[in-house]
Ligand binder design. Sequence first.
Ligand code: AMP
Length: 291
Amino acid sequence: MQVVVALEDVRARVREARRAGVRIGFVPTMGALHEGHLSLVRQARARAGLVATSIFVNPLQFGPADDFARYPRDPARDRALAATAGVDLLWMPDAAAMYPSPPAVMVAPGQAGERLEGASRPGHFAGVLTVVLKLFALVEPDVAIFGRKDFQQAALIRAMVRDFNLPVAIVVAPTVRERDGLALSSRNAYLDAPARAAATALCRALGRGVEAYRRGERRAAAITQAARLVLEGQAGVVPDYVECAAPDDLRPVETVEAETVLAVAARVGGTRLIDNVVLGDGLEGDVHLSG
Ligand code: AMP
């Protein structure tokens, strides 16, 4: 595995591979790598001859009240995990090179970016889409892999690729979960033991929503209420939103279908976590760690 920092080095390396006819697969991350990220690397490995991964904690997507300063960073561990998972090119740009001055132009996400996470975190998706567009411009990947854990982010990236005719295929990979169902997240590192135990309320809430769907419930309000009761019944958990959304444009739905996404966000002992499930797939559609 080759590790690069400079923008011109990553560009030179991928261009050289492309000239040799090699397909480029790309997995953008913010580091503090876990099995969720590594599953995306394996998806890229299966589709490309050169797998590039970026690690960049993007200041543009954090609001003033967010956790940018304390976001977990462990470059040495990340390097070791990336090498084992099959990354060929690990790119760790620094913020001064990515943003020599504040960007004069940013990608505006439109209505789908104002719902759910966008409503709770103003400006978040403009920051995400802007950095992803920059990363795509530098890596020029044939295929890029994103996690369904962040399904709104994946939907907005698909929309950006479609609307801007970007020559990259987007693959969205299933959520990787701990044995007890908690979705893997770099932010789980913030959870102390009681908060870690309480955090399963998110996936239990999703499970309750899926149960209601399987019993034949189709009213979104009844499904979100069933899920919300689980969050509200768990000490140490403060729900943010519980919503049923259409998978493409994230609009709120009144009547659910198999493709409808049930999405939750909550604060658990001060840490904000998100999770979601496609009602027709259920949590079994995701990957559960066995170790
Ligand atoms: P992050 O480092 O949190 O920005 O995430 C980088 C990529 O990993 C994004 O495409 C995420 O959706 C994806 N990801 C994060 N957590 C998981 C997970 N538990 N399962 C699958 N993909 C994930």
